[in-house]
Design a binder for this molecule. Structure first.
Ligand code: PEP
Length: 249
């Protein structure tokens, strides 16, 4: 069996800070109705914190799993505004994104903090989806692999047992929400680099998603690449039919 067959595809929708109870109800119902026709691909959504309960109630038994877009590195205590991994587990979350580029850029999240959040998620039984990616200037100056290696370093230091329980997402910052997707070849090159780093510590079961302007019309070509195991989808995850078409690809 080759590695492609072993790694089941995974498509995760990142709703970011969009939606309200009424629009979510429609989107969740459409996802629920369409999920069965998608085939052998894991599908998940990461909702804003206040709507995780709504997602949980609506998606029970649908085959679609749900999660959060961030998690506290702390287990509990005086951390006003933070949400712990055990609180997410209490709502039957499967996933938490960690280190999304918007959080790294707007909230100053460091590589070490991202690794601490990943550990907190694992401790509560969640799967962290660790996002890495370079900015446009880092890409243009030829520093993509240095940046990715730096971002991966504190995660790699955790060892294979922990890393094998994570999912990674390569999201070039210049491709997020811009309509400028990496070409399948560009993305594959970085995915192969990430996989090599993970395999160097014996973490060989890890799914690596691509994120950055994934749409129904570019998904199939990206997913044809040997090291791309699925997608983290922002904008297109807010339209059920587009998101389901990406998952079907
Ligand atoms: C994202 O938010 O992780 C993302 C990839 O967004 P978009 O698909 O809109 O580029």
């Amino acid at each position: 069996m080759d590695t492609l067959q072993r790694r089941k595809r995974l498509v995760i929708g990142n709703w970011k800070m969009h939606g309200n109870q009424a629009s979510n109800a429609t989107l969740l119902e459409e996802l629920r109705a369409g999920a069965a026709s998608v085939g052998a691909c894991d599908i998940a959504i990461c909702a804003p914190f206040p709507y995780i309960g709504q997602a949980s109630a609506s998606l029970q038994g649908s085959g679609i799993t749900w999660g959060a877009q961030d998690v506290s590195p702390h287990a509990q205590g005086a951390y006003t505004g933070e949400v712990s991994a055990s609180m997410l587990a209490d709502f039957a979350c499967t996933w938490s994104l960690v280190g999304h580029s918007e959080r790294r850029a707007m909230h100053g999240e460091t590589d070490k903090l991202v690794a601490d959040k990943a550990v907190a998620a694992l401790s509560a039984g969640l799967t962290p989806v660790v996002c890495v990616g370079e900015t446009q200037s880092e890409q243009e100056s030829g520093h993509t692999s240095d940046v990715i290696a730096r971002q991966l370093a504190p995660l790699i230091a955790l060892g294979a047992q922990q890393v094998n329980r994570m999912v990674f997402a390569y999201e070039p910052v210049w491709a997020i929400g811009t309509g400028l997707s990496a070409t399948p070849e560009q993305a594959q090159e970085v995915h192969a680099f990430v996989r090599k780093r993970l395999e160097s510590i014996g973490a060989s079961q890890v799914r690596i998603l691509y994120g950055g302007s994934v749409k129904p019309d570019n998904a199939a070509n990206l997913f044809a690449m040997p090291d791309i195991d699925g997608a983290l989808v922002g904008g297109a995850s807010l339209k059920a039919q587009d998101f389901l078409r990406i998952a079907a690809a």
